[in-house]
Design a protein around this ligand. Structure first.
Ligand code: FES
Ligand code: FES
Length: 160
C-alpha cells in the first residue's frame, strides 16, 4: 500500500506515492527522477547517496521516504546557482580533476557543501574528518581535498 509523501526537494514541493519500506534514495531516483544521487552499498557504508535533509547530511539509503515527509531535501541537482552557474565546489572539482568515474562525486559534493556551510575555513584535518564517510575508489582523495580547499578560499573571498 502506498502513502502520499509531501516534501520539498531542491526548493520545489513534491508529492510522491511510496510504499512505507521505500528508502529516500530509491524514491529520489525512481519516483522523483533525480538520479544524480547514487546508490553504492545501500547499507550506509559508502556515502554515495549523501543528500542534505533540513541542513544536515544524511545517507539517503538509510532514511525511509516517509521519514522525509514535510522536510527540506537538497540533492546534487539543486547545487547549481543557475543554469549556467556551477557551485564553486563543482567548478573546483572540475579544475582539480577531483572526479574520475564520478560515482562518488555527488555525495562528496554535498558532504563538502554541508561542511563548508558549518565551517567555512576548515583545516586539512577537518576536511579529512568531514569526508571520512565518503568512499572514493578512483582519486586517492588528494585532488578532492585540494578542490575543497580551493572552493573554501573562493567562497570566503569578498565579491570583486
Ligand atoms: Fe548509501 Fe552507500 S548507498 S551509504
Ligand atoms: Fe570514482 Fe570517486 S571518482 S569513486
Amino acid at each position: 500500500m502506498k502513502t502520499l509523501v509531501t516534501l520539498t526537494v531542491n526548493g520545489e514541493e513534491r508529492s510522491l506515492a511510496v510504499e512505507g519500506y521505500r528508502s529516500l534514495l530509491d524514491t529520489l531516483r525512481e519516483e522523483a527522477g533525480l538520479t544524480g544521487t547514487k546508490k553504492g552499498c545501500d547499507v550506509g557504508d559508502c556515502g554515495a547517496c549523501t543528500v542534505i535533509v533540513d541542513g544536515e547530511p544524511v545517507n539517503a539509503c538509510l532514511m525511509l521516504a516517509v521519514e522525509a515527509a514535510g522536510r527540506d531535501v537538497r540533492t546534487v541537482e539543486g547545487m547549481q546557482a543557475g543554469p549556467d552557474a556551477l557551485h564553486p565546489l563543482q567548478e573546483a572539482f572540475m579544475e582539480h580533476g577531483a572526479s574520475q568515474c564520478g560515482f562518488c562525486t555527488p555525495g562528496i559534493l554535498l558532504m563538502a557543501q554541508s561542511l563548508l556551510e558549518r565551517n567555512p575555513d576548515p583545516s586539512d584535518e577537518e576536511i579529512r574528518f568531514g569526508l571520512s564517510g565518503n568512499i572514493c575508489r578512483c582519486t586517492g582523495y588528494t585532488k578532492i581535498f585540494d578542490a575543497i580547499r580551493t572552493a573554501a578560499r573562493r567562497m570566503a573571498a569578498p565579491p570583486a
